[in-house]
Ligand binder design. Structure first.
Ligand code: 13P
Ligand code: SF4
Length: 324
């Protein structure tokens, strides 16, 4: 496999997708070769952020979905498509945020703060989602938080995204937010120090900051540079609307692949922090997952959740999709 030219692996995957009636959904943090659509010579049927992939998962007609992303995202696709086979090329593709909280933690929070709505970032495992009132992604978190009448909200699990949101929500609505203490091990590395030298080297560059970047870094970055704080989708859209030629990206390194493809005339500079969980997915295990469909090996890749969790986690995800 390693000696095969990449074009041969692409062809094999495309051929198998047809034979096995499968589609490939791929996240923007995948290695660049998995961020090429089939129509452009690659293998992906859809590339997106976590909300875009959830929405796309509902539209899939084929019986088999190969999910090139991390396991909480593949679980979401399964919850939205309980009758389809959802396969992930490596079941060990976890997430530091999702692992920071369990369903039992949510039950304890609810007992401690009775009646306070719990908003769970979609970067949580299914058994955690099942205990929450609504899910959100980085794209619709603000709209969802504003939609509740309650004057207090619980937001889990990302403390940095929570602090960034809290500043906005509390100043715009007066609502109080109770936070959890999880963090994304990729985005938390964007310290003021790691961005400081770049800001000095590129004084005219604009800043592209994901919600999960620590709040003090965000405040310092946007204090003396123009830019955006938002979701992956907000970052992609912001570049399109800006006249700047240079951007400092404070998000997962391989989002740069999509940005460079979409905006070839712009320059993107980033301290290259890669998500070790996203990088567990590659061309070789994507091909292996496809080959497993209909064989004894399929169970090694297939997402399977208890039926009770499938049912209970559906409601908070469905509510989130009303805010697309
Ligand atoms: P998005 O909701 O922006 O796709 O976020 C995915 C993620 O893992 C952020 O770290
Ligand atoms: Fe989790 Fe962060 Fe990786 Fe996203 S980038 S999957 S939040 S560890």
């Amino acid at each position: 496999m390693n000696n095969q030219p990449i074009s041969t692996i692409f062809s094999e995957i495309r051929k198998l997708k047809k034979e096995k009636e499968a589609v490939i959904l791929s996240h923007y943090y995948m290695p660049p070769e998995l961020q090429i659509l089939e129509k452009d010579g690659g293998v992906a049927d859809f590339i997106g952020d976590s909300l875009g992939l959830s929405v796309e998962a509902i539209k899939v007609q084929a019986p088999n979905i190969i999910f090139c992303g991390v396991s909480f995202m593949a679980e979401t696709a399964k919850i939205l498509n309980p009758d389809k086979n959802v396969l992930i090329p490596d079941k060990e593709a976890g997430c530091s945020l999702a692992s920071s909280i369990t369903g039992a933690d949510i039950r304890h929070l609810k007992a401690r703060y009775p009646g306070v709505p719990v908003i769970a970032y979609v970067n949580t495992f299914a058994e955690t989602k099942a205990e929450c009132d609504i899910c959100c992604t980085s794209r619709n978190a603000v709209a969802i938080a504003k939609s509740f009448e309650s004057d207090t909200l619980i937001f889990v699990p990302d403390v940095y995204m929570g602090q960034n949101l809290k500043a906005k929500i509390e100043s715009e609505t007066g609502k109080k937010m109770i936070l959890w203490h999880g963090s994304c091990e990729v985005h938390e590395q964007f310290s003021s120090a790691s961005l400081g030298t770049m800001k000095q080297m590129y004084p005219d560059a604009e800043m592209l900051l994901h919600w999960e970047v620590p709040k003090d870094t965000v405040d310092e970055s946007l204090h003396d540079h123009k830019g955006v704080l938002g979701s992956t989708n907000d970052i992609l859209k912001y570049v399109g609307s800006s006249a700047s030629k240079q951007f400092i990206l404070a998000s997962e390194c391989d989002l740069g692949a999509t940005l460079r493809g979409m905006y070839p005339d712009r320059e993107f500079i980033t301290p290259c922090f890669k998500c070790p969980y996203m990088k567990k997915i590659n061309m070789a295990n994507t091909l292996a997952a496809l080959k497993s469909i209909g064989t004894e090996q399929q169970a090694n890749y297939e997402i399977s959740l208890p039926s009770e969790i499938l049912k209970r986690a559906f409601t908070p995800i469905k509510r989130m999709l009303d805010f697309v």
